[in-house]
Design a protein around this ligand. Sequence first.
Ligand code: GLY
Length: 284
Amino acid sequence: MQRPYAIVVHGGAGPHRSGGLAERMQGCETAAARGLEVLQNRGSALDAVQAAVVVLEDHPLFNAGRGAPLNAAGEVELDASIMDGRDLRAGAVAAVQGVPNPVALARAVLEDGRHVLLAGDGARAFARQHGVALCDPGDLVSDAQRQRWRERFGTVGAVALDARGFLAAATSTGGLFGKLPGRIGDSALIGSGTYADASAAVSCTGHGEAIIRVVLAKLVCDHIGAGEAPGAAAREAVDRLGARTAGEAGLIVLDRSGRAAWVTNAAHMPICWLDSSGGRVVEA
Ligand code: GLY
């Protein structure tokens, strides 16, 4: 009998329901459908989360890849990470320029296996050596589009459970509008923005400095590993973040039985959940 499989995608927690929400919900559904297609074809959870996040990095309305905001120097610097819950292999890139799909670069770091996190020019050089697509850093900068992110958080992510029972998570972001050059957020940090093990997979969104302080993704996985249900673990962790840091954040989680949850203390967070039995939720 085929084991159940599932994917959850988020399009970033934000402080208000601004324009483009319908398009972003549609974008999440397209990304989740792409990931589900991978799972349907007996692809891995790792391939599924990467495929889903690439869709969102290529979409100009999400804060990742081509839709990322400018930093204080008027440049785009991107963070991303990906983790395989089967064996704890992980890859991440931080403050990287001219890489339209940083999740693909994070995957190359994971597959290479020597390191977990590469940053800046070193990460770009690694992309060149490993055949990951590059572009001119200026190609990712277009003013009017970036201005729209002034009061938003954004970030995109996906978690998946494949038909073999393995979990994976991936997260990608342009970070905060106007951030200092060189600032690295939670999305590049395994344990903070992304985590996957044998019990659960988590991708976070929101205020990176708050998420890093409570190591949000690992916190949720540890609680699920200790027997807590995903919904309760996610709620407890986001409440702890709010109480300890006053920050806003959200997260999506899947456990090894395919139980999903999503929680945010921000005004909204577009998500899409799809599973092998035809289950579907799209909401913000
Ligand atoms: N959560 C994305 C960031 O703060 O960079």
